[in-house]
Design a protein around this ligand. Structure first.
Ligand SMILES: [Fe+2]
Length: 430
């Protein structure tokens, strides 16, 4: 370790990533790969690390056969996110049921909220910090309703289920909440069964259909969702949304289009940037405004500000030149700290040959401000072929890390993770 681990860090940082146990016959769908969890257990001044696969049903079949099975290509890999709510830790994959995981990363089995949800749960639930409610959805590619919105209370019991009509089935990856609204974007990335049968990417981009913004009233359950039409665009992730002076601000990573293939060509052709929509729900008007032009994704915030006015957001910068040169995607040589209210930014750049990922904000125990905390990201060092967990100071973001935990192993570039405080889940250190 370099530096000192802050003594008030007590909890687990867990990150999920796709990590195929067996070499796949092909790899052309970005959500493929068996979910592997990487957990860092902080107990005051100590930290320990453990990793485990999520033992999904598909992975068990392949393990039994000792090879990748092409017929299981479009399965639930549980590889996208990891989230704790109501005392349960869930490994998430948007097109499949969540898997319950113990704090020690053992797979318990599928979780369906006491029989209250069917088949799948989105990988980006939103926790309302005021009410403790968890908002999430499922999308169906085969049967209507193509979108269903759920709310679970603080204890993890489902208290609202709302089917939402969509004109055609489509992939939705994320959602946003504000004080009064739940926000879905419906994209013209259309599922076609004929393509799925050929074992290639089953989605087609149809820009002529446009993108729809769907606003659901959180409090008046009798009110039908409102739909606003826009030109076609795509997002993977929202940064945050909030309401101010009767308007809804929606911050997200805007892509003019999406090519849903894991090829270098597709990645180089679709550059995203941080963007804001200012929506007037009464007049159904949208003001569209870029907040930056650098290519970023995997945006995060201090989750205590979810759905509320916020000042800071974080996103790793994607270096397309490096990606083209190395012919491998996901090179994040720096993390950008956006000051959203002042429209400025700071950059933490890693040493040459070192690449970060999603940056997770961890609040300090006794601090309310968005600068009272720590920013964690996993960094791969291509020179050593090993990874570090880096802890940055949000109040001094460009400075050397507060602590760098050097791992004896390499952790692949991954998707999403979360901080689980010790008072939320009982756990024993390794
Ligand atoms: Fe995601």
């Amino acid at each position: 370790m370099t530096g000192v681990i802050p003594s008030d860090l007590e909890g687990i940082y867990i990150r999920n990533d796709p990590n195929p146990l067996f070499k796949p016959s092909s790899y052309n769908y970005p959500l493929e790969g068996d979910g592997m969890l990487h957990a860092f257990y902080f107990d005051g001044s100590k930290v320990s690390y453990r990793n485990r696969f999520i033992w999904t049903r598909g992975l068990k079949y392949e393990f039994y056969e000792g090879k990748a099975l092409p017929e299981l290509k479009f399965r639930n890999y549980a590889n996208t996110n990891i989230f704790a709510h109501g005392g349960v830790i869930l490994g998430l994959y948007e097109a499949g049921s969540p898997y319950q995981i113990t704090p020690e990363l053992e797979t318990v089995g599928k979780w369906d909220f006491q029989g209250s949800i069917e088949q799948s749960m989105s990988a980006h639930p939103k926790l309302d910090p005021q009410t403790g409610e968890l908002h999430f959805f499922r999308y169906s590619l085969l049967n209507s309703p193509y979108l269903t919105y759920y709310v679970a209370n603080r204890q993890g019991e489902i208290i609202r289920t709302l089917p939402i009509d969509l004109p055609q089935p489509a992939l939705l990856h994320d959602m946003a909440i504000t004080e009064n609204y739940v926000i879905f974007f419906h994209f013209p990335l259309v599922f076609e069964m004929s393509r799925a049968m050929k074992c290639s990417s089953p989605f087609v981009w149809k820009p002529e259909l446009g993108t729809k913004i769907i606003l659901v009233d959180r409090h008046d359950w009798t009110r039908s969702p409102v739909s606003l039409e826009t030109d076609a665009f795509w997002l993977w992730h929202f940064m945050n949304a909030y309401e101010e002076k009767g308007l809804i601000m929606i911050d997200f990573v805007y892509y003019p289009q999406i090519k849903l293939e894991s090829t270098l060509e597709a990645i180089l052709a679709t550059k995203g940037h941080l963007h804001r929509f200012t929506v007037n729900a009464d007049t159904k008007t949208i003001k569209s405004q870029p907040l930056d032009d650098r290519f970023v994704d995997l945006p995060t915030i201090d989750l205590r500000q979810t759905g509320n006015l916020y000042q800071f957001g974080y996103a790793p910068y994607i270096d397309l030149q490096l990606t083209a040169q190395k012919k491998i995607p996901n090179y994040y040589p720096e993390i950008i700290q956006y000051n959203i209210s002042k429209q400025t930014s700071k950059v933490h750049r890693f040493k040459p040959g070192c690449y970060g990922g999603e940056a997770v904000f961890v609040p300090q125990k006794n601090g309310d401000s968005e600068l009272d905390g720590y920013v964690m990201t996993l960094v791969f060092d291509e020179n050593k072929q090993k990874s570090d967990l880096v802890i940055l100071d949000p109040a001094n973001f460009e400075a050397e890390p507060i602590a760098t935990i050097h791992l004896p192993v390499r952790i692949p570039s991954g998707f999403h993770g979360n901080w689980i405080p010790k008072d939320a889940i009982n756990f024993t250190t390794v």
